[in-house]
Design a protein around this ligand. Sequence first.
Ligand code: NAG
Ligand code: NAG
Ligand code: NAG
Length: 611
Amino acid sequence: MLSSTLITLAASLSVASAQVYKGFNYGATNTDNSPITESQYQNDFSTAQKLVGASGFTSGRLYTSIQAGTIDTYTEAFQAAINTKTSLLLGLWGSGGQAGLSNEITALQAAIKNFGSSLTDLIVGISVGSEDLYRISPTGIENMSGIGAGPDVISNYIGQVKSAIAGTAANGKPVGHVDTWTAWINGSNDAVIAAADFIGMDAYPYFQNTMTNPIADGYSLFFDAYDATVSVAGGKPVWVTETGWPISGATENQAVPSLQNAKTYWDQVGCGRLFGQVNTWWYTLQDAFPTTPSPSFGVVGTTLSDTPLYDLSCSGVSTSASDIPSASVTAAIESATAASAQAGNVGTGQKIGSGSEAQGQNAGSASSPAGTSPAAQQQTSATETQAPAQALESTIFSTKGVTITSCPGGCPKESQLQTEAPTVPPATAPTTLITKTSVLPSASAASASSCLASLSGTYEYPHLIVPVDKTQPDKAGGTSYNGTISSTISSIFNFDIPQTDSGKTCTLVFLLPQQDQLTTSVFSLSGSGGFDVAQLSSPVTEQTSYNTVSSVSSDLGGPESVTPGNEYVIASGSCAASQRISYEVTATGSLDLNYFQDFNPSPIGFYVTVC
Ligand SMILES: *[C@@H]1O[C@H](CO)[C@@H](O)[C@H](O)[C@H]1NC(C)=O
Ligand SMILES: *[C@@H]1O[C@H](CO)[C@@H](O)[C@H](O)[C@H]1NC(C)=O
Ligand SMILES: *[C@@H]1O[C@H](CO)[C@@H](O)[C@H](O)[C@H]1NC(C)=O
């Protein structure tokens, strides 16, 4: 039922607005395999909290609840977290078989019993497993990433952990799973999404070495992965459990490790759109004690220091559009679209795999007793995360539904997209949005020159929905999953038209099924009247308020009345490839419409269909 989706969504939104967590990942062992001790954890946690230039890194993600070198003794990280008031995303190793999981549960239960609420108050969530699904995927196997576990096993383990904490002080804490974004968008793993309370996503553009992945594309590759994961998450919260860019190590395709590139990635991805907005555990604080691995991702080196290796202050991040790598956006869209086009299923929503990435070492480490396997995991987690298949990414990108993205740091300007596009290899046809429009006020007016209103072919869904309220004209609209159109509120929809749509026809449509045709959405409709659609002169952001909406570049009109069970063709024209286009929708008459934008059958809301 739609209601469950919406309830989950509402819950996640309220949690997010209450507190957004920010921190680093913490393994169980040092690079020489010696166990990390309580005093080390304590130093790590307090260093994270007082990093020069940064603040609020008060959360830690763990891979295991077992202290390295023991069978089922709880990790010394717990006491250190209590001492430093560090919140925790707990981890239970999920690839050690039932015996391994049982040991994890034993350790966790003992810790809960011993510490009570001083521990459980710190728990943000509990992840059962880490990249287990990735490790049994073709790329994981090819790259000997270690023993994994399948979706049925992980789902079963999630259920066991929920039962194990019921009746304890940790009762009701969210229990989920961490995996690579490629694993999440693989439909064969859907049972894990169904079982999980949250989705922990790992993504590393650096490892996406079958794609165009210079640092300039880091932002778009990461958020394509994030958006694709959100689109399959069924409204469940998607937390970023690992990402980062290495400071040293091998070049992976065009991805060059360096301090400068690590800082760029931190600024654009972390400061730009994650910190304070999405629960995020960066990879990582320190991975180089006592020796430096290759690649190395630490923001501090072998010596733990409050002074990071590069500037973490986010001060290099301006709110101007020029800071977001527009070329990368275009490149990602293009490669994504190209890949899906090659796969022949753009718009079908099918998931395809290809991919050959990931290297990862440590085969077999996961099979060792839980006390040691997480250590191995810690050392290799970054490599294991490897590059997900691009084809997967692209297909989802162009077909899957409700993805809300934004660019708080400023969205690329059309001119930038266009001028920088040439840096992208001209793989396939470019895509884009509507450049010229003709007003087609209703379905009946749809002409032969329009694409179908239905989503049977290629289509684009809005990447950002911003409601602006004229009764609160200076209030930033923020981001919404809903389209709201009333006498006081209008909604603005951003569409990113891929380069591959160049030369094609784009049609803006509005779909409003009957309530009983909806499976995961809902709408409320009252009053009478229709709406008017205006194309804006420049894209909006979450910061846009009623008073700061850009000027209208073209008034497209709209239906005079809106009735469920109809598809409305608003306007059609040649696609404005490689551009971000905003449409503001304002009520006419007394229309009061509020709906959850969703592609699930039946799709509801505003889309751009491409033909
Ligand atoms: C998709 O997931 C299933 C189950 O985890 C796995 O067996 C399969 O290899 C995965 N496919 C790809 C392309 O990763
Ligand atoms: C995975 O392993 C294959 C075969 O060893 C290798 O060619 C490929 O580069 C690896 N993937 C990554 C992302 O390194
Ligand atoms: C979205 O719209 C639905 C249908 O009107 C409503 O039930 C829900 O509360 C709305 N959600 C938000 C966050 O406004």
